[in-house]
Write a protein that binds this ligand. Sequence first.
Ligand SMILES: NC(=O)c1ccc[n+]([C@@H]2O[C@H](COP(=O)([O-])OP(=O)(O)OC[C@H]3O[C@@H](n4cnc5c(N)ncnc54)[C@H](O)[C@@H]3O)[C@@H](O)[C@H]2O)c1
Ligand SMILES: O=P(O)(O)OC[C@H](O)CO
Length: 423
Amino acid sequence: MSALTPFAKKHKVTVIGSGNWGSTIGKMVAENTAEHPELFERDVQMWVYEEQVEVDKKSKIYDESHELCKGSQKLTAVINTFHENVKYLPDIALPHNLVANPSLTDAVKNSSILIFNLPHQFIINLCKQMRGHILPFARGISCIKGVNVKESSISLFSETIGEELGIYCGALSGANIAKEIAAEKFSETTIAYDPPLVDSQAPTPATSQGPSPASSHVDLTKLAHKDASGKPSKVILKPLPAEYHPIDQDTIKKLFHRRYFHVRVVSDVAGVSLGGALKNVVAVAAGWVDGLGWGDNAKAAVMRVGLLEMREFGNRFFPHTVHPDTFTVESAGVADLITTCSGGRNHRCAKLSIMEGKSIEEIEARELNGQKLQGAMTAHEVHTFLKSQNAEKDFPLMTAVHNILMGTEKAENIPDLIEPEDE
Ligand SMILES: NC(=O)c1ccc[n+]([C@@H]2O[C@H](COP(=O)([O-])OP(=O)(O)OC[C@H]3O[C@@H](n4cnc5c(N)ncnc54)[C@H](O)[C@@H]3O)[C@@H](O)[C@H]2O)c1
Ligand SMILES: O=P(O)(O)OC[C@H](O)CO
């Protein structure tokens, strides 16, 4: 113990995912670890789903004499050599201390802070691969916009990750179109982070020897937290060893906040997560309305109904934890809805799909170069859950989006579907 001065260990940070948002978050986090050497290890690991890519001749980094610019190459090699994610975040210089790693288990090894940033359909499988390879006391932040539905149950990805890995996981969400933030244009975000007090800031049990040295003697069985729906969580959190600086709200803010990316830290994990997931469904409807050429008033009507349904969804299905104000006060609520329904990928692809008479999946494959939409999948998942609760009629917009995607309704009928004429 004598060799260990307080906070002798710095936090190692890993970003799991390297898409459009994953790479942007990796950029900001690596900028911050370099600026806070007292808290964090400088190098940030970024797990990359390995694939073959070609460096485009029009790209600024193209160098005809370089081996990696000839034919198809590993994405990780290209990122680590040219410090650019040519496929998912082209033309943005990444910090040299952001290290692409194709091995998930190696990328997360010894990391005390794990940032999850993947399309939601991939996360459970990845958590299973990570089990047994992470520090048991690690803390997580989920930047994933989606919900985890299994027939009649719904959970947030912060909860799912927490339960799969036995760690606490908060959530980051906001009006955050990645390519704008990567170009360092101003934006805000909301981070919900409220772990139970098992770390060194927790009041530790009094002993005859005086206060416990930082963290390690808390009775964890009494501290198992509740998940966002109010059910007792299966996770029994492990306290952070005393040699680490606490991973508190201040530490989390230092990890994400940039001059161009303003962070507000709150406690409402459920509200922040639901806002990010449900707005993607509304964005699909907004895209259709724009594609029909109905103008801004029509889109505003869809957004108004969508916001009310988002708030009602939180109140009804997460009554113990959602703070209804989150949807209107925080970037993770109405601000995200506005930006998504203007410049987001879900909106753009839905708009093109109706203009061209093609499915959203066809447009996604043609337009997004491997990036993944979350709106259509989330609409189906939310519908499965609403149906199981016999609540479809109380969420007419969410239900309409599902039915239109399924081809049993038409986007042209949205006005009647969201506000039946006899009401
Ligand atoms: N892009 C944005 O503007 C933005 C902003 C805020 C939040 N988000 C959210 O962030 C999350 C991640 O989205 P993104 O934009 O970084 O991703 P993306 O859509 O840009 O890219 C898709 C990613 O999925 C990976 N992938 C493909 N197949 C895979 C597989 N089988 N297993 C694991 N990974 C696989 C790809 O390598 C790539 O990294 C989503 O929930 C999204 O809603 C995105
Ligand atoms: O491009 P979208 O539709 O996935 O939305 C991106 C962000 O979530 C906007 O905040």
